[in-house]
Design a protein around this ligand. Structure first.
Ligand code: FHN
Length: 428
């Protein structure tokens, strides 16, 4: 309650035409790559499969010690062109990258703080700029993740739920000065890197009772780049001024993590997901989801009207770990064949069930049968009339019957696909 009272957000916000068009683009795009990259990657989780970008907090590393990390960060093998090519080959349409995570370290050439990649690392180059340029060349949109929570800045005070006791900071600070700092960094990001897809906020949940003056920040962003989409991973219902809603490690409405209510807004939706269990690079975490599981998450997201933002945590040398490259390649292979049933679609008229989901584009309705081993499937009734029912893969006819009990489909064994049996229905 406190959160919504003190925030205000951007009351009366009216998105521009450009913003609305970008929302459409976003919903059509369906698939993006999330990148969690920072100096913490050097530690690779410190031998603990459950730790990555949170290592400063979880291992209680004081600021003075953590500040030594950037001098070990030298990603000489970073190749923006290769990253973007990999993204395209995976069938992804955009990238969302951490410009500053909770550790407060800027991965771009910030002028208002020298705690950044150019001033503090031997690498000395602005990876965000290189990526932005490459994305523009290869027609991929770039979004900036920005952590509002900051374990490093002295004015991030009073401390939130995290960052207490170990950082070595003075127990004082000027909250408004912190907000100014944050808005200045956002201004840099929104003026020095060309048109960007949007800002992906995270970390407000750390201080639920603070006055974040969101209205000021959102207004600033919408003024600098009216087309840029604003979203915030605050795990509650969107505030005025936000252009999309995200769900972390969770399909919209499922709330399996208990972090977010089941509330689903009318805004474009996005679900973010790790390939293993870690956002940042972790040496020990071998718990990689299989390509089939990943494809299922993409399809299930699409069926629930949401994008999938699939995460990689690049290694300290600048490369994406081989297991994750392989996963992206496998997704790309699948989407090359089946992308028509995903891109540009919205959740279909048949609601998600245990067997799978539906996606739809105009008169084309696609049933994605993900988990069903019987030879007949009864799909819940819908009122639209059906013109034809075929297997998407080879366009052969599907024996079916449509009556008041629903649409009964025959799916012979030899037509089953081990990943996703797609039925293409043309509606009248
Ligand atoms: O604490 C972060 C975490 O490190 C990561 O960035 C994820 C991505 O959605 N969000 C936060 C937790 O909600």
């Amino acid at each position: 309650l406190l959160l919504s009272n003190s925030i205000g957000a951007q009351e009366g916000y009216k998105p521009t035409q450009e913003n609305l068009e970008n929302r459409q683009w976003f919903q059509d795009a369906k698939f993006g790559m999330f990148v969690h990259w920072g100096v913490y990657s050097v530690l690779g989780g410190g031998g603990d499969a459950g730790i990555a970008e949170w290592i400063m907090q979880n291992k209680k590393i004081p600021i003075k010690q953590y500040e030594k990390l950037p001098s070990f960060f030298n990603p000489v093998d970073f190749d923006a062109a290769e990253w973007v090519r990999m993204v395209k080959d995976a069938g992804m349409k955009y990238i969302t990258i951490t410009t500053k995570h909770h550790d407060g370290f800027a991965m771009y050439d910030s002028k208002i703080s020298d705690y950044n990649i150019v001033d503090k690392t031997p690498y000395g180059k602005d990876i965000i700029r290189m990526l932005a340029e490459e994305c523009r060349k290869q027609d991929i949109k770039l979004f900036f993740y920005y952590s509002q929570l900051d374990w490093h800045h002295p004015d991030y005070y009073p401390r939130g739920r995290t960052g207490q006791g170990f950082t070595g900071r003075d127990e004082s600070g000027d909250w408004d000065a912190y907000l100014d700092y944050m808005n200045s960094q956002l201004t840099e990001l929104l003026t020095d890197y060309g048109p960007i897809g949007g800002i992906w906020f995270d970390g407000m949940w750390d201080k639920k009772d603070a006055d974040w003056k969101l209205g000021t920040t959102y207004q600033l962003i919408h003024k600098l780049q009216p087309g840029a989409l604003v979203g915030s991973n605050h795990h509650v219902k969107p505030y005025p001024g936000e252009d999309f809603q995200m769900f972390e490690q969770d399909l919209p409405g499922e709330n399996t993590t208990g972090w977010q209510g089941a509330h689903i807004s009318q805004l474009p939706l996005e679900m973010c997901l790790t390939i293993n269990g870690s956002w940042g690079f972790n040496l020990m975490d071998q718990n990689h989801k299989s390509p089939k599981e990943l494809v299922h998450m993409l399809v299930k997201s699409a069926g629930r009207n949401a994008n999938l933002l699939l995460n990689v945590g690049p290694m300290p040398n600048g490369e994406i770990q081989p297991e994750h490259k392989a996963s992206l390649k496998a997704m790309g292979d699948w989407i090359a064949e089946n992308g028509e049933t995903i891109y540009g679609t919205r959740g279909g008229i048949v609601a998600a069930e245990d067997w799978g989901v539906s996606t739809q584009k105009g008169k084309k309705l696609y049933l994605h049968i993900l988990d069903w081993d019987k030879d007949v499937l009864l799909v819940q009734p819908f009122k639209e009339k059906v013109q034809s029912v075929v297997f998407f893969k080879d366009k052969s006819k599907v024996s079916h019957r449509l009556d008041k009990y629903g649409l009964l489909l025959e799916i012979p064994k030899n037509k089953k696909d081990g990943v996703d049996t797609i039925i293409e229905i043309t509606l009248k």
